[in-house]
Write a protein that binds this ligand. Structure first.
Ligand code: PXG
Length: 290
């Protein structure tokens, strides 16, 4: 595997970052997880835009222009002959000293990994996930905006550990007021009596790009879709629940905190949106190989 670091490609064994990099010392940095389908980078411009917004929000100057990052991303895929996979694009504050002040970090570090990912085994896409609501709340927007895709994932990792301890596959995180925010790395949607609802971004969710796609696809299909606050009760009594994310794609949920969702099997709305999403992934994106 060839990994891009600051303008050059390295074999995996030689792809190393300094122990003084503030991405490692403080989680000071931003990232994107991007899918490649059928030789094309899916939602490439949207990911670059979100990266730029995340960097701007934390006053991080990107070490390359967006056009250069775009080309480096495509070249990393080419170097690895990637046709279907997952790109991890990371920008850290860079190498500094042991103080947390970023003014000692003269230049941001950028690296790009092009690999594969499978978040959940295939059977969960057919049978659905069991999820639990977890004690670790989403960080309040006033503390650190969940819209920033930063390297601070400890909050989400705690949630993941808590759901695994409960024997579930995914965690539903509530916000500081007890409303549903999102999962550890996915957004959440509920279907009730034909109406699809997802928490608004201001509930404390990342503005997921898969979320945006699914909202558009649902509206195109003429479905009633709303962004509004949800409680645990709304999850328990849902007809269907599904999660969306770059890594997870669209995945149905059949159990929340021991309550069976709908008839305990993935429902028709999730199924339909999964098909529409897969169609979109097959037919759009930026070509890697011309
Ligand atoms: N919420 C959070 C907190 C995320 O990290 C999403 C929602 C979905 O956003 P996109 O744009 O991907 O539809 C994410 C996605 C993983 C993993 O292993 C997921 C993410 C990042 C890293 C790993 O599931 N982010």
């Amino acid at each position: 595997m060839k990994i891009f670091i600051d303008g050059a490609f390295y074999d995996q064994a030689d792809a190393k970052i300094s122990v003084f990099d503030h991405g490692l010392l403080y989680g000071d940095g931003v990232f994107e997880g991007i899918r490649v389908y059928n030789g094309r980078v899916f939602l490439m411009e949207e990911h670059l835009d979100r990266l730029a917004d995340s960097a701007k929000a934390i006053l991080l100057k990107l070490p390359l222009s967006l056009a250069e990052i775009r080309e480096a991303t495509l070249e990393t895929c080419r170097q690895n002959n990637l046709r279907d996979g997952y790109i991890r694009l990371v920008v850290t504050r860079g190498v500094g000293n042991l103080g947390l002040s970023p003014d000692k970090c003269p230049k941001a570090t950028i690296f790009i990994i092009a690999d594969t990912i499978q978040l959940y085994p295939e059977k969960f896409y057919e049978e659905g996930l069991r999820v639990v609501t977890v004690p670790s709340q989403r960080i309040p927007p006033a503390a650190l905006s969940p819209a920033v895709k930063s390297l601070n994932y400890l909050n989400n990792i705690m949630a993941k550990i808590e759901c695994q301890q409960a024997g579930a596959q995914e965690a539903i995180m509530l916000n500081h007021e007890g409303y549903v925010a999102e999962c550890s790395g996915d957004n959440v949607f509920v279907v009730k009596k034909g109406v699809i609802t997802t928490p608004p971004i201001w509930a404390g969710a990342l503005g997921g790009l898969t979320r945006s796609c699914v909202i558009t696809l649902a509206k195109q299909a003429g479905r009633d879709l709303r962004e509004s606050m949800l409680t645990r009760y709304d999850l328990f009594v849902a007809d269907e629940i599904f999660l969306t994310g770059t890594a997870a794609e669209v995945v149905p949920v059949v159990d929340v905190d021991g309550r069976s969702i709908g008839n305990g099997k993935p429902g028709p709305v999730s199924g339909d949106l999964t098909r529409r999403f897969r169609e979109l992934t097959r037919t759009s994106g930026v070509a890697i190989y011309s």
